[in-house]
Ligand binder design. Sequence first.
Ligand code: IFM
Length: 450
Amino acid sequence: MSEIAPFPEGFLWGAATSAYQVEGSPLADGAGPSIWHRFARIPGKVRDGDTGDVACDHYNRYAEDVALMKALGLGAYRFSISWSRVLPEGRGRVNEKGLDFYRRLVAALREAGIRPMATLYHWDLPAALDDRGGWTNPDAASWFADYATACYRALDGAVDLWATLNEPWVVADGGYLHGVLAPGIASPWAAPRASKNLLLAHAAGVAAYRAEGKGQVGLVVNLEPKYPASERPEDLAAVARADAYMNRQYLDPALLGKVPEGLAGIFGEAWEGPTGAELAAMKAPIDFLGVNYYTRAVVYDDPRSFPVMEGRAFQRHATHTETGWEVWPDGLYDVLTWVRRRYGDLPLYVTENGAAFYDPPVAPGPVLDDPLRVAYLDAHLGAVRRAIADGVDVRGYFAWSLLDNLEWAHGFRKRFGIVHVDFATQKRTPKASARFYSEVIRTNGECLRG
Ligand code: IFM
């Protein structure tokens, strides 16, 4: 028995995926192409030339996957809706057949007693909207609100938790500043514009929900605590910059209605800050915040690194995952308690947490042993429990990911699933981490060691 207080009654135990990473069949039933459909076809953009054309075939195998979730004892499933299934041109005509897929999925989840959490935007913008400038277009917020409204009308009541955007920081940084993710734009000018329009889109999606919805709506951000590599003033200043850029760029406007100090300086001439009216609109009250956590950064001043001048000190004695991320469970405690200190008592969900460790392409037996992932989950859930014991209102936890899937530009080689997928046969095999997580759920966390 553990000494710290157990998880609260009704704590939501879930797992997460996203549309392009698992669904496959990207053009089925009248769907339009997304930016990822296009980007993955450009040679050299995704490792091994992998695409989401088949992925985990979840579009056809969702019923089998829901049965798997039920067998694991999941209380919730976080998935995302593909905008270009619902609106093939991004705007205008609604494709009912695209919505039908999500109607079927949500009905199967409810039938299995699993609560659906739907994310409206997990990086797969309709390609037709990219042709109009994508997130850099000032109309993007109203496009998003119309799309969100179509989803609310079709699914609200059956979906009880809605998230507007997943990780807007990654959308702007990877997609518009460095160009390593779709739509592949590398421009210091595009990124702050995209960032502003993402914040306005989030707020417009919340406002649309207030007009239509009965459940709860929130935002999902990825947080990475920044610790100084030394007490040198230059390194401390680098920590402040990195924190403003990554952790406060979206939360300060969305929750406090202000631009974080230091952000304008990072973008320099390219910075086009929001007007007072835009800032006021961005601060749309939300019902919960989703926090995605994977790792920390130990930061030093590095003038060569653009635009934040953030060097990251490699922690040579630590365990690192296959994506090169240091395993640092205390960081999850630190971000959860930091959110409460800075933004107040908002209901929180850990909407993603997990790790890519090497697993073979074919599972050697009925269960695949993944001790590093088991240890990762155990330690991070321990950090969540400590944050709750210290007063943070964490309502649920979603393991990333239910299934091995397309890890964006890394392709299928980086396996985050608690369930193994053999991509040649689509066979699902639970890993030891899935068994472990089932036991955590069954005991409401009593079996944790971390
Ligand atoms: O796979 C991604 C997910 O789509 C968004 N958050 C981080 C995960 C791991 O990189």
